[in-house]
Design a protein around this ligand. Structure first.
Ligand SMILES: Nc1ncnc2c1ncn2[C@@H]1O[C@H](COP(=O)(O)OP(=O)(O)OP(=O)(O)O)[C@@H](O)[C@H]1O
Length: 244
């Protein structure tokens, strides 16, 4: 479904991810793991088409970019818009419906159902500034449920949220997975990965390991990831490959 072939990504010719090759199959439930600066968000940006590969390619198979529901880090989402919870969740429809098309009764039901599934029933008329951090994260999930993507890309969906919210939102993700969605999530909490994610991709500017979580998250691999992630490579040279 989603294939990286000798993929090198970076900014201003400085590589952030080197020569990554891996294939994520339809229906996979994958944790994207790696230290700060490993290139996880960069990889997500490339999947979304926001940055072009310096080298190699990404193949989306039968997937359109419209099939991808992306949940950015909550801290990167502007909460200052004067929107209600309902309106914000309904904005998940924009990708398929466009901005100006009217929301019909079925759409309204879809939004209402999504808000219930994340535990925000009764919050429909609140404004965004009146939500706690955890409630806002639930709302971000609801917006993605409304979007109903075949591939869910989530960037640190559980950072800064409490245990109960994490459990609730994990259950929502698992339900989406059972309904056929492919899940790729950046997760920093290794215990959470071991508990819930059957597959992991460990990245540290290059691929360290990819496959079954217990075979990927070994001490050896994690040490290697942190050595590369925090080692000399952090201040990357101009990519040799891109110069040719
Ligand atoms: N817009 C940008 N311009 C230049 N360099 C960037 C840009 N965005 C990211 N980088 C650099 O690319 C590298 C990878 O960053 P990225 O955000 O992908 O890492 P990450 O694995 O998501 O890290 P974290 O866990 O801290 O969120 C870092 O060295 C970062 O400084």
């Amino acid at each position: 479904m989603l294939s990286f072939q000798n993929l090198t990504l970076g900014y201003d010719r400085h590589p952030a991810v080197h020569h990554l090759s891996a294939t994520i199959e339809t229906g996979d439930f994958v944790a994207l793991v790696g230290p700060n600066g490993a290139g996880k968000s960069t990889l997500m940006k490339a999947i979304l088409g926001h940055i072009e590969p310096m080298e190699g390619r990404i193949e989306l198979g039968d997937l359109n970019r419209d099939d991808i529901a992306y949940l950015p880090q909550a801290s990167r989402v502007d909460r200052s818009f004067p929107l209600t919870v309902f309106q914000f969740a309904a904005s998940g429809l924009w990708q398929t419906r466009g901005l100006i098309q009217r929301v019909n009764r079925a759409d309204r039901q879809r939004v209402t159902d999504a808000l219930s599934r994340v535990g925000l029933h009764g919050f429909e008329h609140r404004t965004l500034d009146a939500l706690s951090g955890g409630q806002f994260q639930r709302l971000l999930f609801a917006r993605k449920l409304v979007q109903n993507g075949r591939l869910l890309l989530l960037d640190e969906p559980f950072s800064g949220v409490d245990e109960q919210t994490t459990e609730d939102l994990m259950a929502v993700l698992q339900a989406q997975h059972r309904q056929g969605a492919t899940i790729v999530a950046v997760i920093h909490n290794i215990n959470l990965v071991r508990r819930y994610f059957p597959t992991s991709l460990l990245l540290s500017r290059e691929l360290i390991a990819f496959g079954k979580t217990d075979e990927v998250l070994t001490t050896h691999h994690l040490n290697r990831a942190s050595t590369i992630g925090f080692g000399d490579h952090v201040h990357a040279d101009i990519c040799q490959v891109s110069e040719s």
